[in-house]
Write a new protein. Structure first.
Length: 114
């Protein structure tokens, strides 16, 4: 989802539902050799028909390649090195509904919701 469509979706949610929380959090993308890059997650929690829902958009660099480094020493495993794009990003959108019985978030399948 591109930035323009995401902002349109957030505006639509603000117009039609009550916003409980809206924040952004940053995260690190790590491999076995250390930190390779950074991403951002925008979270909006809102009330829909009296039920808590959460929509998240995760934006991070595209993984171009995964290199696996093997060791000949017995008992040691391989190490994975990520190659990330410097200028291209990917974003994923997740929709959750709060399960009042189990007190946790349950992800909804966006393809089968409508």
């Amino acid at each position: 989802m591109n930035d323009e469509k995401w902002f349109d979706l957030i505006d639509e949610i603000k117009e039609n539902f009550k916003i409980i929380d809206h924040h952004q959090e940053n995260f690190e993308i790590k491999d076995d050799f250390g930190i390779r890059g950074y991403g951002a997650r925008e979270v909006v929690v809102f009330l829909r028909n009296g039920q808590k829902m959460k929509i998240e958009r995760e934006k991070r660099p595209i993984i171009l390649d995964k290199k696996i480094h093997y060791a000949k020493t017995k008992g040691t495993g391989g190490m994975i090195e990520l190659v990330l794009s410097q200028d291209e990003t990917i974003s994923k959108v997740h929709l959750y509904i709060f399960d009042e019985i189990n007190k946790n978030w349950k992800e909804l399948d966006l393809l089968n919701i409508f």
